[in-house]
Design a protein around this ligand. Structure first.
Ligand SMILES: Nc1ncnc2c1ncn2[C@@H]1O[C@H](COP(=O)(O)OP(=O)(O)OP(=O)(O)O)[C@@H](O)[C@H]1O
Ligand SMILES: [Mg+2]
Length: 219
């Protein structure tokens, strides 16, 4: 079982006196789907940014399987151990759907001839058809684009998926579909998925709900 653990984590943005998150103590393990909820400005995105190694805690520490992130090769961590999924999908508009998923594989040194079948297989697991794979992202629905973004985040095998409002632009049916995929990944493939959401119905579909307020975790 892999885990990410926060110990007394506080983070202050530069030029900001108030801590965006303060004294967080929690642990995220593989095999579970988590929701992080709380009002706007409560520190949810900051928490994801710290977990992704984009920002380092001002105080306290974050460890990955027992190793302080501070002592890890963060470029490698962010390429291989952790993946982000965003509300606006962040697909490359000038690459086809298939190329979007091949791209991170090729970045990791996978040859195009092996990247392609792997990308196709990943897209199939999230229900994208062969016809849809040839299109540009703008020619897909929002729900389809988010499924492509999930497939792309799975490409390099990172077991921790951090999702900031992944269903924020989707209707109820597509939201359910995305949450089913994320749940399946935790149940059948031992991923750890952390979903930031404003949607209480999304939170109810997870195993564990973490509530934030003013940068703190409340029970
Ligand atoms: N780059 C920044 N510089 C200074 N302060 C920031 C910066 N980004 C965020 N903050 C502040 O940090 C606090 C937490 O912000 P954060 O973005 O983590 O909130 P959030 O819970 O994700 O909110 P939302 O639901 O609106 O996305 C807020 O008070 C915000 O104003
Ligand atoms: Mg946010």
């Amino acid at each position: 079982m892999a885990y990410l653990k926060l110990t007394d984590v506080t983070y202050r943005y530069k030029n900001s006196e108030k801590a965006a998150v303060s004294n967080l103590n929690c642990i995220f393990t593989t095999g579970r789907l988590y929701a992080v909820v709380g009002p706007s400005g409560s520190g949810k995105s900051t928490l994801l940014s710290l977990l992704s190694g984009l920002d380092a805690p001002t105080e306290g520490e974050i460890s990955y399987n027992g190793t302080n992130l501070k002592n890890m090769d963060l470029d490698r961590y962010r390429r291989e151990d952790i993946a982000m999924i965003f509300q606006m999908f962040h697909l490359f508009p000038l690459l086809t759907v298939l190329e979007n998923v091949c791209y991170p594989l090729e970045l990791c040194g996978v040859k195009p001839s092996s990247a392609k079948p792997r990308a196709k297989a990943l897209l199939e697991t999230v229900g994208i058809t062969a016809d849809e794979m040839k299109r540009f992202p703008s020619n897909l629905s929002g729900g389809q684009q988010q499924r492509v973004a999930i497939a792309r985040s799975l490409a390099v095998g990172a077991k921790f998926l951090l999702a900031d409002e992944p269903t924020g632009n989707l209707d109820a049916a597509n939201t359910k579909n995305i949450m089913d995929i994320l749940m399946r990944l935790t149940r059948q493939e031992d991923y750890c998925v952390i979903v930031v959401t404003h949607d209480s119905e999304v939170a109810e579909m997870t195993d564990w709900v973490m509530k934030m307020r003013d940068g703190k975790l409340i029970l």
